[in-house]
Design a binder for this molecule. Structure first.
Ligand code: FAD
Length: 496
């Protein structure tokens, strides 16, 4: 029996053998956070994801831990305050996944972001963090901002503001949260789909399906939590109504676009970011209504061109083109639909979250942001305690470290670790990696960072073959599957 068969038999056995207090549908950051919180409070927890953990939006974000300066301008003070406190909590529990990131926001005459307003906003932003932000904000003169960003557009420039948020690694935050949940006793299974649930006297009988074998599995749970992100409305019994908006990011070589710190580029009311990521820069994002397939969200030609144009107009001498793009990624925001009819610009829709109980023993958790996942989890588990009529211990997730430093060394962080067989072995044996894409796209992120990602993928496939017992056919099939899953630049014609 291969390592993989042994691991998956154990998980499947665990899923069917117990009555769980909670079954969580969805292994994105929200589901992972709920599983961890519930397990730490002594509940019996199972979590399933139909794909890999973090397959959905939680590996396709801008990776910012932020209150959202933009939401402050929209008057959403409560949301900004909530997220500002949460970004500090993530820094406390997972310092390897939360680095302070300074932002330079150049300001211009006759725009929606005058310097005086931004400067006052940044000061309020610092205060909303409660104690102190990850760094203090500061107003910049024209000579200061041009000294820091020599290539910036100078026409109508009035100066700028420097403020702080945090940088994370979204997919790693999910995986490390699940590792922590699993250490606390949760059972987590990727590639297991929730199909439906029927009521019993004590809760629910759940039908699950193994995505590989297509075999049925059964699990019993007292409460079901629907944390399926953009898929949430499709879950049987769900009452969730969402408005989906897509956003894309481009990864560029930092030599081609040498920004010393993160930069905010305003385009009308919208803002885009250039975010330094080691030797790379991540540029994004867009925010447009989305109706395409959820399993295959791709960056379209028009969106890529738009992002390049914003950079080229903010930094006129950079002259970026399609040839400069190393990788791309695109994701869908599961925003709470304010009404049945689609009204207003996507960027105006609130990023707040919601827990609803459409019937006894069922919770729909929707909306929110990566930054607020911990709070969403705490509020959901409080609700579960009420449903189970149990006095649960207080939530510990804002203080309890996610993992010990020795457990993350060399395998988890903001930057990808060096590609080695030992790292891949760790992902397979301790982080549920089953397919090549699980390693390349989510656990390590090598696909997005390295120019020779295909070469690394071939090596990783050979290592996985050794570790998981794949034959040559399976190894070739995994290469193909990874290439189909990886968000390619196919079809992008050179810019005019
Ligand atoms: C472009 C973009 C940029 C963003 N930038 C930021 C940012 O910088 N900072 C920030 O705080 N937030 C950001 N966000 C928001 C943030 O990424 C999301 O709010 C968050 O990742 C949503 O997590 P989730 O767990 O709800 O959903 P997901 O991560 O999508 O997880 C849902 C999971 O449910 C699984 N699932 C679905 N159906 C089933 C089923 N039947 N059975 C089992 N499993 C199922 C899916 O496979 C999926 O893995 C951004 C979002 C986008 C799109």
């Amino acid at each position: 029996m291969t390592v993989f068969q042994r691991l998956s038999q154990t998980t499947h056995g665990a899923l069917s053998s117990a009555v769980f207090d909670i079954l969580v549908i969805g292994g994105g950051i929200v589901g992972a956070g709920i599983a961890r919180d519930a397990a730490l409070r002594g509940l019996r927890v199972a979590l399933v994801d139909q794909h890999d953990f973090a397959f959905g939006t939680s590996s396709r974000s801008s990776r910012l831990l932020h209150g959202g300066l933009r939401y402050l301008a929209q008057g959403r003070i409560g949301l900004v305050r909530e997220a500002s406190v949460e970004k500090l909590a993530i820094r406390r529990i997972a310092p390897h996944l939360a680095e302070p990131l300074p932002f330079l926001f150049p300001t211009y005459r006759r725009t929606a972001w005058p310097r005086w307003k931004l400067s006052a906003g940044a000061r309020i932003y610092d205060l909303l963090c409660g104690r102190s932000n990850l760094g203090g904000s500061r107003t910049l003169s024209v000579s200061e901002i041009t000294g820091m960003l020599p290539g910036i557009q100078r026409r109508n420039l009035t100066g700028g503001v420097r403020y702080f948020d945090g940088l994370t690694n979204d997919a790693r935050l999910v995986i490390d949260t699940l590792r922590s949940a699993s250490k606390a006793g949760a059972t987590a299974a990727n590639y297991v789909r929730f199909v439906h649930a029927s009521r019993t006297s004590g809760g629910w009988d759940c039908l699950l399906q193994d995505a590989g074998s297509r075999g049925d599995l059964y699990a019993r749970a007292r409460v079901i939590v629907n944390a399926a992100g953009a898929w949430a409305p499709k879950i049987p019994r769900s009452r969730v109504r969402l408005r989906l908006t897509a956003g894309i990011h481009l990864v560029l070589d930092r030599n081609r676009f040498p920004v010393p710190e993160a930069v905010v580029m305003a385009e009308g009311n919208r803002i885009l970011f250039a975010i330094p990521w080691g030797d790379r820069v991540i540029v994004g994002t867009t925010d447009t209504d989305y109706e395409g397939p959820l399993e295959d969200v791709r960056a379209c030609d028009g969106d890529i061109r738009y992002v390049l144009e914003v950079v080229n107009s903010a930094f006129p001498q950079v002259g970026l083109g399609a040839r400069d793009i190393l990788s791309v990624f695109a994701g869908v925001r599961p925003l709470i639909a304010p009404s049945r009819v689609r009204k207003g610009a996507p960027s105006d829709i609130s990023r707040s979250h919601q827990m609803r109980v459409p019937e006894a023993g069922w919770i729909d958790v929707t909306g929110g942001k990566l930054t607020t996942y911990r709070l969403m989890a705490e509020q959901t588990v409080d609700l579960v305690g009420g449903m189970l009529k149990r006095d649960l211990p207080a939530c510990r997730t804002a203080r309890e470290p996610l993992l010990d430093p020795s457990e993350v060394e060399g395998v988890s962080g903001i930057l990808p670790p060096p590609p080695t067989q030992a790292t891949v072995e760790h992902y397979c044996k301790h982080e549920w990696a089953r397919h090549l894409g699980d390693v390349m796209l989510r656990r390590a992120g090598w696909h997005f960072y390295h120019r020779d990602a295909d070469e690394i993928a071939r090596k990783a496939a050979a290592w996985m073959a050794e570790i998981l017992g794949w034959d040559a056919g399976r190894q070739a099939a995994e290469m193909l599957r990874y290439q189909q899953e990886s968000p390619a630049l196919a079809g992008l014609s050179p810019p005019a």
